[in-house]
Design a protein around this ligand. Structure first.
Ligand SMILES: Cc1ncc(COP(=O)(O)O)c(C=O)c1O
Length: 390
């Protein structure tokens, strides 16, 4: 756990903390100062000497972003691609799988809308099977194992959903996927920067994430991990002169590393901001971050549980920083607005973000208060007080 001095330092380095109570970390977290400074300084340099010239000047630092994200995941930098968001990263992997009509995808109940839309939208007729939850909201691992057949082409798991704190048992799922020899794609959009991700323990073949949420990086950043052993079997949906080389009138060669999923142009100020954010998170330490987030989320759930008109909606044995609730007599949007009026930031979700989960649990909408390690018990008390005054 962090000391009082550590927390004071984290907050002093987070300009947003002085202004607002930010419980929208699952949307986009407050960046620490070094992230903001790196982005601004690089943008100034681009304006001063030109975009390509700045790129050349800071090439080593841009390259070091790959090793930073690889370190975050215990991966190799040749297995990392930098993308502009998690959806792009997820799709780069998903669309690269050689799909056939009738191939089956196993998904968990809390699957994210954009992933599920990609299965539905795919030109091949893919069978989507939803792994049932146990009563307390955890993925039923036995059912998952039994559902795997020769038609199962992919296990696609959302590690932590957008609408609650339940953490999927991603390592146990990885062990099953490995034993059965099925490809495993993990959507770690909400867990990157919150939970100590380790692709060797997860045994996932592909993992997608964003920079702006729990990693506290810039908006417009994301990354994809693809296990070296899988790289050859996946063909990028889009190629360009960065991911492939035009070697003859009828021929071209696709590069071998995970950068074959990238395109040439990207926002280098954002890339450097992402590197800073990852370095910062690694310095703070992912284990203590995860412990602190779980602690604060539990304090918040306990406090909210004491307010009559508040109903909590989180499920699962292991729960992270996303706290889902509703307030009777108020729509989720009204709750968000009233809290916003007193400078407390939460967000809300309707059915369409996590259709399977919301409909199966009979939920129309939830308010989402997502805590980060830089939040405090005092901020939680402010949120609780504001809700009591409704
Ligand atoms: C679980 C999950 N997966 C994927 C995404 C999509 O991420 P992005 O908006 O970076 O594409 C989100 C965004 O909220 C998410 O919560």
């Amino acid at each position: 756990m962090f000391t009082t001095k550590d927390l004071a330092k984290f907050r002093a380095e987070t300009p947003g903390c002085q202004k607002v109570v930010h419980f929208n970390n699952a949307g986009s977290a407050l960046p620490p100062e070094p992230v903001l400074h790196r982005q601004l300084a690089y943008l100034k340099e681009e304006a001063r000497i030109g975009g390509y010239e700045a790129h050349a000047k800071y090439l080593d630092e841009i390259e070091a972003t790959y090793s930073a994200v690889a370190r975050l995941l215990n991966a190799n930098q040749a297995e990392m691609a930098l993308m502009e968001n998690a959806t792009q990263a997820w799709n780069a992997a998903f669309q690269a799988i050689p799909w056939h009509d009738g191939d089956e995808i196993l998904v968990n109940q809390s699957d994210y809308a954009s992933n599920y839309l990609a299965y539905l939208h795919h030109p091949k007729k893919l069978k989507i099977s939803v792994v049932p939850n146990q009563d307390q909201g955890d993925v039923n691992l036995e059912a998952l194992e039994q559902m795997i057949s020769e038609k199962t082409r992919l296990i696609a798991i959302t590690h932590m959903p957008t609408n609650g704190g339940v953490l999927a048992p991603a390592e146990a799922i990885g062990a099953i996927a490995k034993t059965k020899g099925v490809l495993y794609l993990l959507d770690a959009c909400q867990t990157a920067g919150q939970y100590p991700l380790d692709v060797e323990k997860l045994q996932c073949d592909m993992l997608s994430a964003t920079g702006r949420k729990y990693l506290r990086g810039p908006r417009g950043t994301g990354f994809l991990y693809v296990r070296k052993a899988c790289l050859n079997t996946l063909t990028p949906y889009t190629i360009d002169l960065h991911s492939a080389t035009w070697t003859g009138e009828q021929v071209y060669e696709i590069r071998q590393d995970a950068r074959k999923f990238e395109t040439w142009e990207s926002n280098k100020a954002n890339v450097l901001g992402l590197k800073m954010a990852v370095d910062y998170a690694l310095d703070v330490g992912l284990e203590p971050i995860w412990q602190r987030i779980q602690h604060l989320a539990q304090v918040l759930r306990t406090e909210l549980g004491g307010i009559d008109r508040v109903k909590l909606h989180d499920q699962g044995t292991v729960r992270g920083g996303i706290v889902a609730f509703t307030v009777s007599g108020y729509t989720a949007a009204q709750v968000q607005q009233r809290l916003q009026d007193v400078h407390i930031h939460v967000s809300w979700n309707g059915v369409a973000n996590t259709y399977l989960d919301m409909t199966r649990r009979g939920l129309q909408e939830i308010v989402r208060a997502s805590v980060h390690y830089y939040n405090t018990e005092d901020e939680i008390a402010q949120l609780v007080k504001a809700l009591k005054e409704f």
